[in-house]
Design a protein around this ligand. Structure first.
Ligand code: SF4
Ligand code: SF4
Length: 93
């Protein structure tokens, strides 16, 4: 099972709703629109069953970024490394 990190498209209207929802502080205000740092985005794996930025965006501007695939196991391992001893939220497929 492959997942993708997320990106923000030009459809963004700069409402700011997504930024506080990200469990990995991966979203910030860019020069023109909000942006996602692919080094921090983990598709919300471990924290939520699905992408939180996508769930709150009013214009569907948060979408999977095919430039950054990752396996489900890789995503869970990454989460567990920063949440030792905790149980991850099961991700949606
Ligand atoms: S998919 Fe999740 S981790 Fe990635 S930017 Fe969106 S809210 Fe943050
Ligand atoms: S929620 Fe959507 S429209 Fe609002 S800042 Fe984030 S990406 Fe842009």
């Amino acid at each position: 099972m492959s997942y993708f990190k997320y990106k923000i498209t030009d459809e963004c209207i700069n409402c700011g709703a997504c930024e506080p929802e990200c469990p990995n502080a991966a979203i910030s205000e860019g020069e023109i629109i909000f942006v996602i740092d692919p080094d921090k985005c983990n598709r919300c794996v471990g924290d939520f069953p699905s992408s939180q930025c996508a769930s709150v965006c009013p214009v569907d501007a948060c979408v999977p970024d095919e430039r950054y695939p990752m396996s489900k196991d890789e995503a869970l391992t990454r989460w567990q490394s920063t949440h030792p001893g905790q149980t991850p939220t099961a991700p949606e497929d």
